[in-house]
Structure formats: structure tokens, C-alpha cells
Design a protein around this ligand. Structure first.
Ligand code: FES
Length: 160
């Protein structure tokens, strides 16, 4: 096992665990702490978390794969998530996704060769009133249309 929390993050996790009636309930923040530390969550990190929280690695993997927002190994610098749930779908999410795919030259769950962009369709991002919503890393881009996609990509490339 090559992943272990830094002493600071381990102390944070230990403090978080005390907030819950069962330490297993701290699984989501534990995954977030691992992601913050390593930039993504790999199997070693999941095993480490399983050991700390006294749950099976399969349970950690199940929770990790249920949520789309955690970064997998190989995820690009910009994780571009397009909401595809009904309100966004009705306002053109499919055409936004297709334009992103076309401009970036990648499809669902793919990463550009330069490692800059990973593209995903995801479920509701909880910003339905500003559909179409696109989340890039921790930032929301709202009221996105297919025509706004080239400008969005340009803005992101300027952040390099
Ligand atoms: S449906 Fe897209 S943010 Fe809720």
C-alpha cells in the first residue's frame, strides 16, 4: 500500500470521524481528503481509507464509483462535467455535450491526449435554475449553450 494520509490530513480525518455516530459515516470526506492530497483516488488510497474506517475495500470502491465527481487516476487537469438530467436536457445539454466532445476531440469518460480535459455526462448538479449547468473542477458554468462552448474552452486553456 503506497498511499497514506499525511499527518495533517490524518488528523483532519480523525477529527471528522468524531462527528459521526459511526466512523464508517466519514467515508465521503475521507475520499475527499485523499483526493486533495493525491490529486485523484486510486486503489491504494481506497484500501488505506477502508483500513482506517474499518469497512471493506469493496464498500469504499462502491461508494467511490457511485459518485462521479471524485477524480480517477488519469483524469485531466480540467474535469468537465455536463449535467444531463431533465431540466438541463430540456435546455440543450446534449448539444452542449456534443459541442464539447467535438471541440475537444473526445467522448464520454475520455481524456485529451495532452491530459488537459476529461469529459463526462453527469446527473443533476443542483443548479437546475441555470440550466445547462457544466461543472469544471470546483467551478460552475451556468446557462451554457452549445454556442458558448468555444469561449468556455478558451477560458479554461488560459487558466493553464
Ligand atoms: S438538472 Fe442540471 S443542474 Fe439540475
Amino acid at each position: 500500500m503506497s498511499f497514506t494520509f499525511t499527518p495533517e490530513r490524518r488528523a483532519k480525518l480523525d477529527a471528522l470521524v468524531t462527528r459521526y455516530p459511526k466512523k464508517q459515516a466519514a467515508l465521503l470526506p475521507a475520499l475527499r481528503l485523499a483526493e486533495e492530497q493525491a490529486g485523484c483516488i486510486d486503489f491504494d488510497a481506497m484500501e488505506h481509507i477502508a483500513e482506517i474506517l474499518d469497512v471493506s475495500p469493496a464498500k469504499v470502491l462502491g461508494v467511490f464509483t457511485f459518485y462521479t465527481h471524485y477524480r480517477r487516476p488519469g483524469t485531466g487537469k480540467f474535469l468537465v462535467q455536463v449535467c444531463a438530467t431533465l431540466p438541463c436536457a430540456l435546455r440543450g445539454a446534449e448539444s452542449v455535450f456534443d459541442r464539447l466532445a467535438s471541440e475537444l476531440g473526445i467522448g464520454q469518460d475520455e481524456t485529451t491526449k495532452d491530459g488537459m480535459f476529461t469529459l463526462k455526462k453527469v446527473e443533476c448538479l443542483a443548479s437546475c435554475g441555470s440550466a445547462v449547468c457544466v461543472q469544471v473542477n470546483d467551478d460552475y458554468y451556468e446557462n451554457i449553450t452549445a454556442d458558448k462552448v468555444p469561449d468556455l474552452i478558451r477560458q479554461l486553456k488560459e487558466k493553464k
